[in-house]
Design a protein around this ligand. Structure first.
Ligand code: FDA
Length: 366
């Protein structure tokens, strides 16, 4: 009999398993996939660590979390500085003085601020009623048309005019020549890939892959005193209050045998509406790779249907109401702990999910 059955070998499950084992508890981790790591999984292709479930860049402002992950991996100096490709025109992201110079030829922060102000005023939007109006009222028409509209419409599968304004609360605009996407103090990619990092967390822990908890819920539950569940909370409760909606993604990965450097950057966003993918990731640039080949992944946003990979929760009123009902059921459980992005129906960055797992361990075991 184990102390804990942990359903899901992603970051939440792995951190919980590591910490519980450190405190003398026995754990069995199961995952329905054929690998550990959950969505941060990386696999080596042509000597390059490929991020199978989308680009993962670790960033945090929290020194404790940074020190924590550095126990399991050494991080490189990768800094996320994406490029936007709008119909062949290239712009730096996030919106900063480099972007404004390319867009308008302005060379000072004052000129850039003036340009944005003029465009906001010309649009005359006092109370934005949809995402389009909200974006224009924040950054003006040019940035919206070239860098936001198409990308957002592809991401959500709907016209920006039909999307609620609240999706964009703020848009990061910087009046410095700084292409660093994140504001956090710490950032990087684990040398050797995320899978190796999670392997270290799970060292000495029993792990069984290729098994779905729901195929024999009773058998798995009987193996441990308590369950840590990191799968979909609605599925745990047989969808009795309805199905929680997600947005999904399709990844199309290609090895380019004759190309050493395809796009000169790890992340290039395609911000027009016509190109069907939102981004191309060139994985070697996350780790300054010098191989003669390269691996690229095109990322296509897609509708989610039950059975598809759930990526982004749709946190609208309907889904929030459904989630609250499941949360109430979860709160009544004595021997089941729900954690991670799927069980709490929340978009979490990696540092947040690690923080949440550590907080759960403290509540449960300290
Ligand atoms: P995760 O989904 O990783 O793990 C859950 C595991 O449970 C999975 O392995 C699943 O197979 C398993 N499971 C589910 N149901 C099961 C069942 N019934 N039986 C057995 N196993 C089951 N964050 C960041 O900090 N920087 C970034 O750049 C990115 N980039 C990014 C890109 C994209 C496209 C997405 C969608 C997300 C990011 N993230 C990110 C977020 C990051 O992926 C996220 O924080 C973690 O993967 C969450 O870890 P969890 O353990 O919660 O879930």
């Amino acid at each position: 009999m184990y102390d804990y059955l942990i359903v899901g070998a992603g970051l939440f499950g792995a951190v919980f398993a590591y910490e519980a084992s450190k405190r003398g508890k026995t754990c069995l981790v199961i995952d329905k996939r054929d690998h550990i790591g959950g969505n941060v999984y990386t696999e080596e292709v042509e000597g390059i660590n490929v991020h199978r479930y989308g680009a993962h860049i670790f960033h945090t402002n929290n020194k404790k979390i940074w020190d924590y992950v550095n126990q399991f991996a050494t991080f490189n100096r990768y800094t996320n500085a994406p490029i936007a490709n709008y119909k062949g025109e290239l712009y730096n992201l996030p919106f900063n003085m480099n972007t404004f110079y390319t867009l308008w030829g302005v060379t000072s922060p004052q000129e850039a601020q003036q340009k944005i102000k003029e465009q906001r005023e010309a649009a005359g939007i006092s109370k934005p009623t949809n995402l389009e109006e909200q974006a224009i009222s924040l950054v003006g028409t040019d940035i919206y048309q070239k860098l936001i509209k198409g990308y957002t419409e592809k991401q959500w599968g709907r016209a920006a005019k039909d999307l609620p304004a609240f999706i964009i609360k703020r848009l990061p605009v910087r009046f410095t020549f700084d292409n660093n996407y994140f504001n956090d103090r710490y950032q990087g990619i684990p040398i050797g890939g995320y899978t190796a990092m999670v392997e270290k967390m799970l060292e000495g822990v029993d792990v069984t892959l290729n098994v779905d908890f729901f195929e024999d819920k009773e058998k798995w539950s009987n193996l441990a005193n308590k369950i840590v569940f990191t799968g979909m909370i609605d599925q745990y409760y047989d969808y009795q209050h309805g199905v929680l909606a997600y947005r999904s993604l399709q990844f199309d990965t290609t090895v380019l045998d004759d190309v050493a450097n395809y796009q000169g950057n790890a992340v290039v966003n395609y911000t027009d509406r016509e190109t069907p993918y939102t981004r191309i990731i060139e994985h070697k640039h996350f780790e300054f790779g010098t191989q003669d080949k390269t691996v690229i992944t095109k990322e296509y946003p897609s509708e989610w249907h039950p059975g598809d990979e759930p990526y982004y929760p749709v946190n609208d009123k309907r889904n929030e109401a459904i989630y609250q009902k499941y949360k109430q059921l979860a709160e009544q459980e004595v021997n089941v702990i729900f954690g991670g992005r799927l069980a709490t129906y929340k978009y979490y960055d990696m540092h947040q999910v690690i923080g949440a797992a550590l907080a759960t361990v403290t509540r449960e075991l300290d």
